[in-house]
Structures are given as C-alpha cells and as structure tokens.
Design a protein around this ligand. Structure first.
Ligand code: KQY
Length: 364
C-alpha cells in the first residue's frame, strides 16, 4: 500500500538524508525525446547505459522507461538493471523524481514536489510535463512507500542536504519567476524546513553560467560530508563563470551550517568551456515550445554534477585536459570511495549531467 499523507516529514519525524548516506538503490529514466537528445537519443542512450552500468557496480539500479522504448532499453541494459515502465516526458529523474526521506526507525517515505519543467509557461524547457509530474507517485507505488505532496514547485537538482540539518540551494533558481512567483523567500524556506526537515537553508546567490535550469545548485556545489563542500571553479577571470564561482566561494566562507560549523570549500576546476557543434545542434529536432539547440551555445559543464553511490562516486568527464585533475582531486577528497569517470558529453548536450539523471533511494 502507498498512502498519500497530509502531514509533513518534519511533523512525522522524517528527514532527507545526505546523498552520501547508504542507498538501497538508484532510480533513472530512459532518454528518447528527439527535440532534446540528438539523433533520436541514440548517443544519449549509450551514455545513460554507461552511467547505469557504473552505478550498478555499487548498488541496484532501476530504469523507468516509456512503453515504446521498453524493448530497446531492456535489450541495451545489462540484466542486473531492473527496467520498469514509467511514462515520462524526459529523463531527468533527479528533477521530476521523488525526494526520499527517512526516520530513525528504518522507515522510508517520499516527497512529491510539483514539477513544471524548470519554469512552466514562463521559461520552462518543454511542454507538456504532466507525465514527469506523475513519476514520484509511480515510483512510490512500486516501492509501496507513503507520499507527501509538497505545495511547492521544486526539482531535486535545486537542493543538497548534509543530513545534519543544512540545505544548500541557490536564490537564482528557487526565487526564479517561473517556479513559485506567489511565494516569498521566507515561505519557500519554511517549506524546505518542513519537508526536508532541515534547520538552516544556505542561499547561494547564483548557479553555473548558462545553466538552462536557472542555476541548480547540483551543478555548482555539493556536500562531500557535513561541513565540507566541493565548488566548481575557474581561474580565468574573463570567463563569466569566474564571478559566479568567486561570489559563491566568498558567500559560503561567510556562512556556518546548522550545527554552527564554518565550511571548508574545495575548488574543483571546471573543464574548458564546452560549446555545441553545428553537427550536434543539427541532430536535435526543432519543436516549438522546446528550448532550441544552436551551434556555439555554451554548455554548463561541471564536474560537480557527480553522483554518490554506495562506496562510489560517478563523475562526468568531457575529454578535457582538466578531467584527470578533477578525478584525482575528488579521489583524494573521498578516500573511502572509488571515484569512477564516465564520458558525459552526450548527457551535457541534453542540458544536465550524471547527478541530474539519477535519484538515490536511501536505506531506511
Ligand atoms: O537538471 C538538469 N540539469 C536538467 C535539465 C533539463 C534539460 C532539458 N533540456
């Protein structure tokens, strides 16, 4: 049975654990829409398979797939990956999927946020998004987990928690007019406190330059452990990312977390600027209502968009001279895990990266 509850996680003693806490598995969705993924999503499907395989070395993976791609996904994915039919508009499980919460007694529930494709009719990235919006309910039904319905438009990529009372987000994203224009910052913060059960929300001003999510935090910064943050960085003062990363660094250094700790911030140098080629742009169908892809557009490439799984960290690589340093630095910072690089340009071309296409289901 999966009930819809009318209380909040905070009222019931549930909270969102950090991504680096133990998982029972990972959820993903299969890419297919030709107006977002080039060449009918064939290259993206291979990249998603590589990510799923990398995660499956560490924990079980479930792939949700539309009915008309079931046979193809089943055949492309190894047998240890569970494939289930879940209708969806696109494949961003981090953003449209449930946020799982746990209590201290082994129980797990899910938060079903409102999803409007990163900005609804104001500046959303495609229309419609009704199938994506039903993904949390379906995942929770499959797992027989109870569901909280949050009265807030929010994607999972716009929040990170340390599991000890602190939430990281960006003002650029959560205060953007396409999401909750009728709510004040204080009201949004109170919802985050009630649903994630956190004590403190850290509002970093802006996310990554040209990020089509309007500045999701998961591309800019993440917790490595309580009190420690990794931040995407560039030393090139002429790069528009420089002032965003410098602003985030200065801001984070001025803050303390819910337990009063000052943050230790580790800079991870970004890849060289990545642009869509003419060939890549031509491979994407032009559809009114979907964000167009144009040759020369700068993509929001960042190593921070990586995913923690049990004993591992799956990190995007870009065939870039900075790849090796990013992997080595993350490995040094996460000695208890195996850091695995997966080529991710095809995922980046769709507007996100490895963190955006994955969703952890925590162990209760
Ligand atoms: O979380 C993300 N980065 C997803 C972006 C959606 C892109 C749709 N084109």
């Amino acid at each position: 049975m999966s009930l819809t509850l009318d209380s909040t996680p905070r009222a019931d003693g549930f909270y969102m654990p950090a991504e680096f806490a133990p998982h029972v598995g990972t959820w993903m969705l299969w890419p297919q829409r030709p107006d977002n993924w080039r060449l009918g999503a064939k290259p993206a499907q291979k990249a998603f398979v590589a990510v799923a395989r990398a995660i499956a070395q560490f924990e079980p993976v479930t792939m949700g797939v539309n009915h008309n791609q079931y046979a193809n996904a089943r055949q492309m994915l190894p047998p240890e990956i569970r494939v289930v039919e879940i209708s969806n508009n696109d494949s961003w499980m981090r953003d449209c999927g449930p946020t799982f919460v746990i209590n201290g007694h082994g129980m797990v529930r899910g938060i079903d946020w409102k999803f409007n494709a990163w900005g609804g009719l104001y500046n959303g990235l495609y229309f419609p998004w009704d199938l994506d919006d039903m993904v949390p309910q379906k995942v929770l039904e499959i797992e027989r987990l109870d569901r909280y319905q949050a009265p807030l438009v929010l994607e999972g990529g716009s929040i990170h928690v340390d599991g000890e009372g602190t939430c990281l987000t960006t003002a650029e994203c959560l205060l953007s007019p396409g999401r909750n224009p009728d709510l004040t910052q204080e009201q949004i913060e109170n919802y985050l406190k009630d649903y994630l059960n956190v004590e403190k929300v850290i509002w970093i001003p802006r996310g990554v330059y040209n990020d089509e999510t309007t500045g999701h935090v998961d591309n800019l910064a993440c917790f490595l452990r309580p009190g420690e943050i990794a931040l995407t960085w560039t030393d090139d003062t002429a790069d528009p990312q420089y002032e965003r990363s410098a602003e985030a660094y200065d801001f984070l250094m001025s803050q303390t977390d819910a337990r009063g700790r000052r943050f230790k911030v580790h800079k991870i140098h970004q890849p060289n600027p990545v642009y869509i080629t003419a060939e890549e742009a031509e491979g994407v169908d032009a559809v009114e209502g979907t964000l167009p892809r144009q040759a020369g557009d700068r993509l929001a490439a960042s190593y921070i968009n990586f995913y923690f799984c049990n004993g591992g960290a799956i990190v995007p690589t870009f065939d870039d001279p900075h790849d090796a340093q990013a992997l080595a630095t993350l490995q040094e910072l996460l000695p208890e895990r195996k850091v695995v690089g997966v080529p991710a340009r095809e995922i980046l071309l769709g507007g996100g990266n490895i963190h955006c296409i994955t969703q952890q289901q925590p162990r209760g």
